[in-house]
Design a protein around this ligand. Structure first.
Ligand code: SAM
Length: 233
């Protein structure tokens, strides 16, 4: 590694650590929750190809990409790879009908459960389901309308999930929004021909390239409309 690349890597780590410490002191402690610390799936015996370690989204990420007026009491939110539940807590500030978190690790889910229980009285949506499962085995409920993913998995797992989202919309036609943070698999998503990017919020990071990479994007899958039958007079 060149000295410049080393300095760059060091600056990144220092920035991330600073951000984490600030979030812990200014947000997590006052809220009484614990979501900040990164956890390696290897330390939980769960590492496998295409699985990404636990690292939380930013505390403002959902609020910046999903506007208040865009959620109604008929909407259902799903975080695929929900970790310690930081995004579930953010989603619970909206008037969702129901919120679902799916997480591989029982240990991370136990922390999420404690976090949700600590905040429950103050949440707008209190109907929160916490499901311990591999997304590969998880059957998507057909009333979900907003799906969140923070780069939780890649490769074949990502493609399987995307196929399931499309099949879910085709099975129960509805407009589904996908919020994808750090959209590393953006190409696989767009290759389906069904997702349309409608919004992007750059990550709060120093440097244009880094903030673009860490952007949160919103895509929409619309139901396929049947071709209009020709009207013969
Ligand atoms: C980058 S973290 C995101 C956590 C949370 N969504 C957030 O934004 O704060 C990715 C999470 O996905 C989980 N994960 C990775 N592969 C998974 C899989 N196949 N099924 C379910 N969860 C998975 C990890 O355990 C981790 O908690």
């Amino acid at each position: 590694m060149s000295p410049l690349a080393r300095a760059h890597a060091w600056a990144r780590l220092a920035f991330q650590e600073l951000r984490r410490t600030a979030a812990t002191l200014l947000i997590e402690r006052p809220l009484g929750v614990d979501t900040a610390r990164i956890v390696d799936l290897a330390s939980l015996g769960l590492a496998a190809p295409n699985r990404v370690d636990y690292e939380p989204s930013g505390w403002l990420d959902l609020r910046l990409i999903l506007r208040r007026g865009e959620v109604t009491v008929d909407d259902v939110f799903l975080d695929l790879g929900s970790g310690k539940g930081r995004v579930l807590l953010q989603a619970a500030a909206y008037p969702f009908h129901r919120i679902i978190g799916v997480e591989l690790s029982a240990q991370l889910m136990a922390i999420a459960r404690t976090n949700v229980d600590r905040r429950r009285e103050r949440l707008r949506c209190r109907e929160i389901e916490l499901i311990i499962a591999d997304v590969v085995d998880y059957e998507l409920p057909d009333d979900v309308t907003v799906v969140y993913m923070y780069n939780a998995f890649g490769g074949s797992v990502f493609r399987a999930v995307v196929d399931r989202l499309v099949a879910s919309v085709d099975g129960n036609p509805r407009r589904l929004r996908l919020i994808y943070r750090t959209a590393l698999e953006d190409e696989a998503l767009l290759a389906t021909g069904r997702f349309r990017e409608v919004r992007s919020v750059p990550g709060l990071r120093p440097g244009r390239a880094w903030s673009r990479k860490m952007a949160t994007r919103m895509y929409v899958i619309d139901p396929v409309t049947a071709p209009r039958a020709d009207i013969h007079g």
